[in-house]
Design a protein around this ligand. Structure first.
Ligand code: ADP
Length: 465
């Protein structure tokens, strides 16, 4: 534009026509017109230079953001990619850059630090590790005394992920608003990369957990199969030799089979619990009778674990699914025996407490580590004091028990002293006589009204007498 104006003007002067021959009537007017023309030309020049500068700056910003995105997508290790971004930002955008990540407990860790001075960079890395997140800004101001400082949060979809801190000894290379907009965009891209890395790690953990689970399940299913096939083989040989088969041998086969079936039921039940589709057949249920029956079936199971059963004189009624409540008690008794390797009495107590039927099973076994007791009813939970080799199990029983009890309107909890034993408690709402008469017809209560699944107890497996 300036060049064009200069050429036109030059042509006019060269041809003796002055600057504005058609417009200027007198030399005085011509002078004014010339001055106005030059002023407009300079303004145009300035505007043009500013526009060029702006284009240049925008191009740099785009390049910085594009490079950062490329660096962030190069690796799934967020620490590595954030470090590269921090070094890309310095010195173009600021003298120093720190990207702090929330460890998940509100404490920030410097994941990436870059500074124009490498010695200061190392020092900052060490120092920032001990600065609480809410003090970062203050700390940078007090310690480094920068002329410009920007602290922008890294926002995840559900929670804050960390902070992007930019500082310079001189004003940042952009105006305040532009610098903040650029820093926010950088922080947004960093946050996306951090979330992607988290997601990737979660996926890997899930795959690892699935593989571990499959290994445990296969091992658990295989364990009863080996003796089962040996026992059947020996029974076959005896029959072929015209010998009698011992009833105890048949019982052992039934035991192994029972363990297999129980494991398969546990697996089926746990997926039904997880999808909220474990069906219940609710009806007035005599709890005292149920406790006595289930306890009797356990009485002969282990000579080292004498069973003590305390029930009241009167029957105690609850509205419940009899076979599911049996499953709960059987699981508690099974655990009490299994996790008391040195033996000891197992005590079952049933009593009325206020408006509830209260059932408890106590043992003098291993107990549960205090810090793990809150996890007891979680799916696949196995305490660290029970090694998979010595104690079979999938960590599903109590998870299923909790669902059954809670869907009866009840509660289940544990008291345990490591090394001294455990007591598992179940409390269920009592069914009063009047309510019992009113609800004599059984009803089905799946946890989702649309559920069409049938009970796992359609074809109950009977354990050996
Ligand atoms: P499983 O016994 O098949 O592992 P459970 O859900 O029944 O699954 O129990 C989960 C975990 O809780 C067990 O692995 C064990 O660590 C702990 N536990 C349950 N009952 C007892 C108990 N009576 N004494 C000690 N630990 C127990």
């Amino acid at each position: 534009m300036v060049a064009l104006t200069a050429s036109i003007t030059g042509w006019h002067i060269a041809h003796g026509a002055g600057f504005f021959p058609p417009l200027a009537a007198t030399p005085h007017e011509e002078l004014i017109a010339t001055q106005a023309f030059l002023a407009v030309g300079s303004i145009c020049g300035l505007v043009l230079a500013a526009a060029l500068e702006e284009r240049h700056r925008a191009a740099h910003e785009q390049a910085l953001l594009a490079d950062s995105s490329a660096l962030l997508s190069e690796s799934l290790d967020e620490w590595e990619s954030l470090a590269r971004v921090a070094h890309r930002v310095v010195p173009e955008f600021a003298d120093g850059c720190a990207i702090l990540l929330d460890r998940g407990d509100g404490v920030m860790t410097p994941a990436a630090v870059a500074h124009v001075d490498p010695a200061l960079e190392r020092w900052l890395q060490e120092q920032l590790a001990s600065v609480p997140a809410e003090r970062t800004q203050q700390w940078v101001l007090e310690t480094l005394g920068p002329r410009s400082l920007l602290v922008v949060p890294l926002r995840g979809r559900e929670r804050g992920l960390g902070q992007l801190v930019l500082f310079s000894g001189s004003p940042l290379r952009r105006s305040g608003q532009e610098a903040r907009a650029l820093a926010e965009e950088l922080a947004r891209r960093c946050a996306l990369a951090v979330e992607r890395a988290h997601l990737h790690r979660e996926q890997q953990d899930a795959v690892r957990a699935r593989d571990e689970f499959l290994t445990i399940v296969s091992h658990e299913l295989k364990t009863p199969l080996t003796p089962l096939s040996l026992q059947l083989e020996s029974m076959k040989r005896r029959l072929q030799a015209g010998q009698q088969v011992d009833v105890k041998a048949v019982d052992r086969v039934r035991n192994s089979l029972g363990r297999l079936v129980a494991l398969i039921y546990d697996l089926l039940d746990s997926s039904r619990v997880a999808s909220g589709r474990l069906p219940l057949q609710l009806a007035p249920t005599p709890l005292k009778e149920l406790v006595q029956d289930v306890s009797a079936s356990f009485a002969s199971q282990s000579a080292e674990h004498p069973l003590v059963v305390e029930v009241p004189e009167e029957e105690i009624w609850v509205r419940g699914d009899g076979s599911r409540l049996e499953q709960v008690l059987a699981n508690l008794l099974d655990n009490a025996i299994k996790y008391s390797p040195l033996g000891g009495p197992v005590r079952v107590v049933l009593q009325v407490q206020g408006e509830e039927a209260h059932m408890s099973v106590s043992d003098r076994g291993l107990g549960i580590p205090a810090d793990q007791q809150k996890l007891l009813f979680e799916r696949f939970f196995r305490a660290r004091n029970v090694s998979a080799r010595s104690y079979g199990g999938l960590g599903l029983g109590l998870y299923i028990c909790r669902d059954i009890v809670e869907r009866h309107g009840g509660r289940i909890w544990a008291e345990s002293t490591p090394g001294a034993g455990s007591t598992l408690h179940v409390a269920l709402p009592l069914l009063r006589a009047g309510d019992r008469l009113a609800s004599t017809s059984p009803s089905t209560s799946p946890s989702t009204s649309t559920s069409t699944s049938t009970s796992t107890h359609e074809e109950p497996y009977e354990p050996p007498a």
